[in-house]
Ligand binder design. Structure first.
Ligand SMILES: N[C@@H](CCC(=O)N[C@@H](CS)C(=O)NCC(=O)O)C(=O)O
Length: 209
């Protein structure tokens, strides 16, 4: 069985959504990101991945896959019939990779990660000043589309859904971009997305307690 190392509401949520949309069973291991502790057995998460970052997907043969873009595409390719990623050779596959890179680099790493990870000593002002321009890109793209790529849900939507969910706790009102807030609402209405979020929100509460 696949195994996913995750932290509640971290970017690994996109992998949980993808697994659930694909109907793939997995064992989930909760990681405390600051202490690097695997909560199951108190082991050091850096023994699972020296990157010390989620997601980590452990395959049945023991190989470990990291990086959202790779993990998400792997999950999608395990169940091609669910069309969670266009097939290789389809021009839309590169559109998918384009979005996964953009979300990972320009949204996640450019301002979401620093907002949640570092104390704001004023140095976040510049990355955060780029938010309106960055988010105007998916906002314009989704003005007349239901999904990021093609006409159905893909793992790029799982990734963007996670990123948009974190805007509010990052102090950014998604309502500034009506097409993004409508998109987020549509994505959250999907049963797998709803269940994945509910599971992780409940875990987050127990961690905060
Ligand atoms: N480039 C990685 C970034 C992963 C990442 O930054 N994960 C965060 C959670 S959203 C994390 O585990 N951070 C802990 C750390 O970097 O120490 C990816 O796309 O998967």
């Amino acid at each position: 069985m696949l195994q996913l190392y995750f932290s509640p509401m971290a970017c690994s949520l996109a992998s949980r959504i993808a697994l659930m949309e694909a109907g793939l069973d997995a064992r989930y291991h909760l990681v405390h990101l600051r202490t690097k502790q695997v909560m199951d057995d108190d082991s050091d998460f850096r023994g699972v991945s020296p990157k010390g970052a989620v997601p980590v997907l452990v395959l049945e043969n023991g190989e470990r896959l990291t990086e959202c873009a790779a993990v998400l595409q792997y999950i999608a390719d395990r169940k091609p019939e669910t069309a969670l990623a266009p097939r290789f050779g389809d021009p839309d596959r590169y559109r998918l990779q384009e979005w996964l890179s953009f979300i990972g680099a320009e949204i996640h790493k450019a301002f979401l990660f620093p907002t949640f990870w570092y104390k704001d000593d004023g140095s976040l002002a510049k990355p955060r000043a780029r938010i309106p321009q960055t988010l105007s890109v998916p906002s314009a793209h989704l003005a007349d589309r239901d999904f990021l790529v093609g006409n159905s849900f893909t793992v790029a939507d799982a990734h963007l859904t996670w990123a948009l969910l974190l805007l509010r706790p990052a102090g950014i009102d998604v309502g500034q971009w009506p097409s993004l807030s409508a998109y987020l609402e549509r994505m959250q209405a999907r049963p797998a997305v709803k269940e994945a979020i509910a599971t992780e929100m409940a875990l987050r509460k127990t961690m905060a307690a």
